[in-house]
Design a protein around this ligand. Structure first.
Ligand code: NDP
Ligand code: PMR
Length: 399
């Protein structure tokens, strides 16, 4: 029964790439691996000006939500008790899916103020309302990760808000599995790596100073990774597999003109570009850890929250895939998690006092208990991490 269903869905799951996907699918070790074994193991200036002006308007709308930074621990002299101020967390892509569910889970604790860093202000406002997040627990600030100018503007706006930064969650992503041709960010980087990795790379590098200044007891920088970027798993062996190669495409700027739009320098493949971007996310987390954990006392972590098969991430996929993917994950791989459950998992990584270990990649087992998971050889390669860091610094204008 499970096998029949698997063969039915595999058609919908393998995006036709002029026969390429089928050939490489056969080559993969997919059928030699038991699902349950794996599950246990994986468990032009006018435009610019108008953009700036609109960002400033967004800022003005929320000016009333400004808070002056207060010390993390307040002493209530009347009772002699120490109270912790609300934590201040920035979550990118909090307008849907995992980001929204995490914002909701954190807001419900009453201990967090969430800065929802989103490209669509109105969508974010509607999402926050429909999730029932109380007004005093969130602020929406404009951020388009596909524009480095917007990233810098966000950082300026955030600093002007006067809020401290205790935790940064790099969560937003795009996935373009059916695209035949690459599309590009404002600066001309292939869109998936440009948004998911380079936008977040600049954001987190700039906000590192703000995290350092926080006096919150546990400061964290969380970058959402994924199982599909890890080739030591069954899911990571579904073609096309992540592979950064020698990074000649990344070094060339991923512009598709005088360099490939793919990190490894090969032909464009949207699904692979996404998986490569997740490898960059996981490598970046580890490089942050090596460079700054001891000095700054910040926890750097990544995670695979489970397969949240119902989110907007799959909006560009073919309708048949979107129909069959959730039941496939629920009943066959059993890797499915609801948005609510995944949100609670990420909220744990943000705030749980037992998850302060730095440089790690968290996953959850069948009983929804967190454990420190193993990254693939490539996603834990320290030389690659350094190289991704150094090339990315140049691309985003930090070096
Ligand atoms: P969603 O599509 O629901 O959420 C993605 C969010 O990213 C949306 O809020 C979207 O904004 C935002 N976003 C996209 N592009 C930009 C941009 N240029 N600037 C700012 N924000 C942007 O997907 P998920 O919730 O599933 O994905 C969240 C994270 O979880 C991703 O990092 C993904 O890789 C990861 N993940 C997801 C898994 C899953 O099974 N779904 C499994 C493993 C990891 P908008 O609402 O405006 O489109
Ligand atoms: Mg997968 C243990 C099995 C497992 C898990 C946990 C996932 C997660 N997937 C598994 C197995 C399989 N997938 C198998 C056997 C197949 C072939 C039929 C398969 C196929 C497949 C496709 C075509 N899977 C996919 C796709 C996508 O387009 C999704 C993707 O790669 O997005 C990048 C996806 C996913 N599978 C997952 C998860 C978590 C995803 C998407 C999310 C992500 O990495 O962000």
């Amino acid at each position: 029964m499970a096998l029949q269903a698997a063969s039915l869905v595999s058609f919908a799951f393998l995006v036709p790439k002029e026969g390429k996907a089928n050939a490489s699918f056969k080559d993969s070790s997919l059928f030699g691996v038991s699902l349950s074994d794996q599950l246990n193991a994986d468990c032009s200036s006018a435009a610019l000006r108008s953009k700036r002006e609109s960002n400033q308007r967004v800022w003005a709308v929320r000016a009333e939500a400004m808070a002056t930074a207060s010390p993390a621990v307040n002493r209530d002299t009347a009772e002699g008790k120490k109270t912790l101020r609300k934590g201040s967390v920035v979550i990118t892509g909090a307008s849907s899916g995992l980001g929204l569910a995490t914002a909701k889970a954190l807001a419900e604790t009453g201990k967090w103020h969430i800065i929802m860093a989103c490209r669509d202000f109105l969508k974010a406002e509607r999402a926050a309302k429909s999730a029932g997040i109380a007004k005093e627990n969130y602020t929406i600030m404009h951020l388009d990760l596909a524009s480095l100018d917007s990233v810098r503007q966000f950082v300026d706006n955030f600093r002007r808000s006067g809020r401290p930064l205790d935790v940064l969650v790099c969560n937003a992503a795009v996935y373009l599995p059916t695209a035949k041709q690459p599309t590009f960010t404002a600066e001309g980087f292939e869109l998936s790596v440009g948004t998911n990795h380079l936008g977040h790379f600049l954001l987190s590098r700039l906000l590192l100073d703000d995290l350092k200044k926080s006096d919150y007891p546990s400061k964290r920088l969380i970058i959402v990774g994924s199982i599909t970027g890890n080739t030591n798993t069954l899911a990571g062996n579904v073609p096309p597999k992540a592979n950064l190669g020698d990074m000649r495409g990344l070094a060339g700027g991923l512009n598709g003109i005088n360099s490939s739009s793919m990190i490894d320098g090969e032909e464009f493949d949207g699904a692979k570009a996404y998986k490569d971007s997740k490898v960059c996310n996981m490598l970046t987390m580890q490089e942050f850890h090596r460079r700054f954990h001891e000095e700054a006392g910040i926890t750097f972590a990544s995670l695979y929250p489970g397969c949240i098969a119902t989110t907007g991430l799959f909006r560009e996929h073919i309708p048949l895939f979107r129909l069959l993917f959730p039941p496939f994950q629920k009943y066959i791989t059993k890797g499915f998690v609801s948005e609510d459950e995944a949100g609670k998992r990420l909220a744990q990584v943000v705030s749980d006092p037992s998850l302060t270990k730095s440089g790690v990649y968290w996953s959850w087992n069948k009983d929804s208990a967190s454990f420190q998971n193993q990254l693939s050889e490539e996603a834990s390669d320290a030389d690659k991490a350094r190289k991704v860091w150094e090339i990315s610094e140049k691309l985003v204008g930090l070096a």
